[in-house]
Design a protein around this ligand. Structure first.
Ligand code: FDP
Length: 418
C-alpha cells in the first residue's frame, strides 16, 4: 500500500484521528485521466487546474481541523517546489497547525519501475488502460515533475526525507512525540512483496471447557491441528526456502501449535492473550453470574472495557504496537497467537473500526493469509479439516461454546479489502 494509506491506518489504529486529503482526488473531479503533458509546467491550463485542486484540498483540510477537531491531516500531493512548500507552511501555519513535510526521494531505477508497476498502473488515473502504456506515461509525468523539483533543504521547516525507501533518512527539526512516532514508522516501511500468516493456537482444553484465559494445553484435536499445520502452511504459500520466522506468544497453547513448523521461532510476551484479570479461568456464564455489571459493561463497549485487574482491547493495541512496527519492518512472518490478539492485528491490516474489531470471527483451526497490495490488503483463509469448538460469543450471550462447522477437506476463501 502507499505510505500515505499505511500511515493513516496506523494512526487510526492507535486512536489518533487522522485523514488524508489527496490533491489528485480533487484534480480528478475535472481531469479524471490526464496524460503526462497535463503536468508540464508550460501547460498553463494544467497548472491552473492543479493549483485549484491543491487550494480546494487545503481548504477542506482546514475545515476538518476547525470543525471536526482532527489531529493529523495528510496533504497528499507532490509539494516539490520551495514556493509550494512556502505557500503550505504559511497558509496552514497561520492557524497554529504544525506542519511536517515528508519527502520520498528515489534515484534507484529498479525501485522506480517496480513502484510504477505496483502502484501507479493500478491508480484511478490509469484505470482500464494498458499497464505498459500507463507505466510509460507515468515515466513521462515524472520527467515533467523533475524539471521543477527542488529537494527539501529548508532548515526552518520540520521534515523527514526518505531516500530510496528508507536506505537513508534525513530528519530536520522534529518537535514532538507524535512527529517522532511517524518518522520512526516511516523508517520501518518497505515495499518488498510479502505476506503475513496468522493462526490462533489449536483448540485448547480451556476452549473445550468454555473457560477464558489460563495457560492450558491443547486438546487432542488441537494437537492434530499442530500436526497438520506445516501442510496447511504449504497450501497457504509458505515454502521451506522462504526465510520465514514464526512468532508465538509465551503460552503453552501457541508454542505447542507451532512445534512442528520447520522454521525459526520467536516467543513474544506482547503476543500473550488479552489479560482477563479476576475473570481468568472462568466461563462466560460464570462471569455473568459473579460479575453481572461487568459482563454487561463489557458488551456495551467491548473495545474500551478493562477487566478488573486485567486489560481492555484498547490496552492490547498499545501492547501490540511494537509488534506491528516489527511486522512492517519484516518480510514474511507467521504469527501463532490468540483470539483477541489476532483481532487487533487483523484490524490494523484490514482497517477495521474499533467498534467492530472485538466482535470479529476468528475461528480456530484456520490460517489467515494477508498480503498487502497497492490499494488494499488481500485476505485468504485456509480452513483445516479438523473440527473444533467455536469460541465466538455474540453480544450479551453467555451460552456454552458450540461445535463449529468444519469442511470435509481443507477449504480456501479469498477476499480483498480496499
Ligand atoms: O474478547 P473475547 O471475545 O472474550 O475473546 C477473548 C477470549 O478468547 C479466548 C478464548 O475464549 O482466547 P484464546 O483461546 O484464543 O487464547 C480467551 O482466552 C480470551 O479471553
Amino acid at each position: 500500500m502507499s505510505a500515505v494509506h499505511v500511515v493513516v491506518r496506523y494512526l487510526r489504529w492507535l486512536s489518533v484521528d487522522a485523514r488524508t486529503f489527496n490533491v489528485g482526488t480533487y484534480r480528478r473531479q475535472d481531469t479524471p485521466q490526464p496524460t503526462a503533458d497535463f503536468f508540464d509546467t508550460n501547460n498553463k491550463e494544467g497548472e491552473r487546474m492543479r493549483r485549484a485542486a491543491a487550494e480546494a484540498a487545503v481548504k477542506d483540510m482546514l475545515k476538518w481541523f476547525s470543525q471536526e477537531k482532527g489531529t493529523v491531516a495528510i496533504l497528499d500531493a507532490t509539494n516539490s517546489t520551495q514556493a509550494r512548500r512556502r505557500w503550505i507552511a504559511q497558509t496552514i501555519g497561520q492557524y497554529g497547525i504544525e506542519v511536517m513535510f515528508v519527502e520520498s526521494k528515489c534515484d534507484d531505477e529498479d525501485l522506480i519501475m517496480s513502484n510504477i508497476m505496483e502502484v501507479k498502473t493500478t491508480s484511478p488515473d490509469y484505470r482500464g488502460q494498458d499497464p505498459e502504456l500507463a507505466a510509460k506515461d507515468f515515466r513521462n509525468r515524472i520527467r515533467n515533475y523533475e524539471k521543477i523539483y527542488e529537494t527539501i533543504t529548508e532548515t526552518d521547516y520540520t521534515y523527514v526525507k526518505l531516500i530510496n525507501v528508507g536506505t537513508q533518512v534525513v530528519i530536520n527539526c522534529i518537535q514532538d512525540y507524535l512527529q517522532s512516532r511517524i518518522v520512526y514508522f516511516l523508517m520501518n516501511l518497505h515495499i518488498k512483496p510479502r505476506s503475513i500468516w496468522l493462526s490462533r493456537h489449536g483448540e485448547s482444553m480451556f476452549n473445550l471447557a468454555g473457560k477464558i484465559g489460563g495457560d492450558a494445553d491443547l486438546s487432542p484435536r488441537g494437537f492434530r491441528y499442530s500436526e497438520a499445520l506445516p501442510e496447511i502452511c504449504r497450501q497457504a504459500g509458505i515454502v521451506p526456502e522462504q526465510n520465514i520466522t514464526v512468532w508465538t506468544s509465551t503460552m503453552k497453547r501457541t508454542i505447542q501449535t507451532a512445534q512442528h513448523l520447520p522454521y525459526n521461532k520467536l516467543q513474544w510476551k506482547a503476543l500473550d492473550e488479552l489479560d482477563s484479570g479476576t475473570c481468568d479461568g472462568l466461563t462466560y456464564e460464570e462471569i455473568e453470574e459473579q460479575f453481572p455489571e461487568d459482563f454487561r459493561a463489557r458488551d456495551d463497549d467491548k473495545y474500551n472495557y478493562r477487566y478488573r485487574g486485567g486489560e481492555s482491547y484498547r490496552d492490547l493495541v498499545i501492547r501490540l504496537e511494537p509488534i506491528i512496527m516489527e511486522m512492517e519492518r519484516q518480510e514474511n512472518v507467521m504469527v501463532v497467537t490468540h483470539q483477541a490478539v489476532i483481532r487487533c492485528i487483523y484490524a490494523y491490516f484490514m482497517n477495521v473500526p474499533q467498534d467492530r474489531s472485538p466482535w470479529m470471527e476468528i475461528p480456530l483451526h484456520t490460517v489467515i493469509k494477508l498480503t498487502p497490495k497497492a490499494y488494499g490488503t488481500k485476505e485468504e483463509r485456509f480452513k483445516a479439516n479438523i473440527p473444533a469448538v467455536s469460541t465466538f460469543r455474540p453480544k450479551y450471550s453467555s451460552a456454552k461454546h458450540q461445535e463449529a462447522d468444519s469442511p470435509d477437506v481443507n477449504e480456501l476463501s479469498v477476499k480483498m479489502n480496499v
